[in-house]
Design a protein around this ligand. Structure first.
Ligand code: UT7
Length: 338
């Protein structure tokens, strides 16, 4: 019998984030829509969100976060760039090649991952595969979204929730036992719920053409209540799976970083796991749901708040359109986010 071969693991060695400077508060929204600060805070926990100026696209945010991630990692380049986004600059081509170009990375492989709010974790899993097989020695995964560009200006149920932002990580091939090494992610999907979160028109199912423009719906639509019900169960299950893969019980988790969709969802997942709410990091009050950027933004915020120390056992989890969900865990490395 030979010893099992231990494949290289994706080790977190850089983290950078970017939020557009413009802030929209709940009171700002309530001047435009039939809503209130009280409703939004009580039902979602959100207080404000960052929103791009007209003319700013997802790649602009991704490049800013990517630059900071390179700085945080102390490197000038990576071998591959993966951009997780639901709001690419254009339907075609992917956003990642432009981001790689703007970062001065030359002709490195670059591609997008579309898993909506779970995109960052899917990107992480794709990066893990590239690193494990030796296809890349370093990979940048960027979660970046500008939902403000696809929300219906008149839809209070989505305008209240989403904000724009980007978060990027640099991963290097390392040893599974070292701090910063992500364990194998737990991912899932259920396409029977593909209509719960969608942009109805603008894809190949219902292209927007001059003759159909009047009946097209180019905006993001979500059946919030149904999504919420599914999200809690899936995120709890995936979180337990990745914790167990590290040999952790729920009590061993130092910080729980769930996709920042709604405080009620974050707390419901924690309650279901039997994890004290004080171990959940909450960032959504200041940024809202930033979709694929949510987890890296929340990790950077937790680090800045002094809530992450080298060696801490961290579980991250997300749920989003598709439907898709996932979780991934790591021991926090000695790292300074930028
Ligand atoms: O990132 C991907 C994952 N996304 C999520 O996980 C989002 C999941 N869903 C949610 O966060 C919640 O379902 C919402 C925050 C979207 C809605 O909360 P809810 O407690 O499920 O409310 P509801 O959908 O049952 O709506 C209750 C009422 C409705 O009015 P009627 O039909 O009872 O008259 C809504 O129209 O609240 C109304 N409403 C609002 N009222 C004031 C919805 N949005 C607003 C608003 N302000 N912003």
């Amino acid at each position: 019998m030979t010893d099992a071969v231990r494949l290289p693991a994706p080790v977190l060695c850089g983290l950078g984030t970017w939020l557009p400077p413009r802030v929209i508060t709940n009171d700002d929204l309530s001047r435009e829509l039939d809503t209130s600060d009280e409703w939004i805070r009580t039902r979602t926990g959100i207080g404000r969100r960052h929103v791009v100026q007209p003319g700013t696209a997802t790649s602009d945010l991704a490049v800013e976060a990517g630059r900071r991630a390179l700085k945080s990692a102390g490197v000038a380049a990576v071998d591959t760039v993966i951009v997780a986004t639901t709001t690419p600059d254009r339907t075609c081509p992917a956003t990642a090649p432009l981001v790689a170009h703007e970062l001065g990375l030359g002709t490195v492989p670059a591609f997008d991952v579309g898993a909506v709010c779970t995109g960052f974790l899917y990107g992480l899993a794709a990066a893990a595969g590239l690193l494990a097989t030796g296809s890349a020695g370093t990979v940048m995964v960027i979660g970046a979204d500008t939902y403000s560009r696809i929300l219906d200006p008149g839809d209070r149920s989505t305008r209240a929730l989403f904000g724009d932002g980007a978060g990027a990580v640099v991963l290097r091939a390392g040893d599974a036992g070292e701090p910063g090494a992500w364990g194998r992610a737990a991912l899932g999907s259920d396409g029977s719920g593909s209509d719960m979160i969608m942009v109805p028109s603008g894809g190949s199912r219902d292209p927007i053409r001059p003759e159909t423009a009047d009946s097209a719906d180019p905006y993001f639509r979500m059946q919030g209540k149904k999504v919420m019900r599914n999200a809690v169960e899936r995120m709890a299950e995936a979180s337990l799976t990745v914790a167990h893969r590290f040999g952790w019980g729920v009590d061993d988790i130092d910080l729980f970083v769930a996709h920042q969709a709604n405080i009620r969802i974050v707390h419901a997942v924690a309650d279901r796991l039997g994890l004290g709410r004080e171990r959940c990091h909450v960032h959504l009050d200041r940024v809202g749901n930033t979709a694929a950027a949510s987890i890296p933004l929340a990790l950077a915020d937790a680090a800045a708040a002094g809530r992450l120390h080298a060696g801490d056992r961290v579980v991250t989890t997300a749920f989003g359109g598709g439907l898709t969900w996932g979780a991934a865990a790591l021991h926090w490395p000695d790292l300074s986010p930028a």
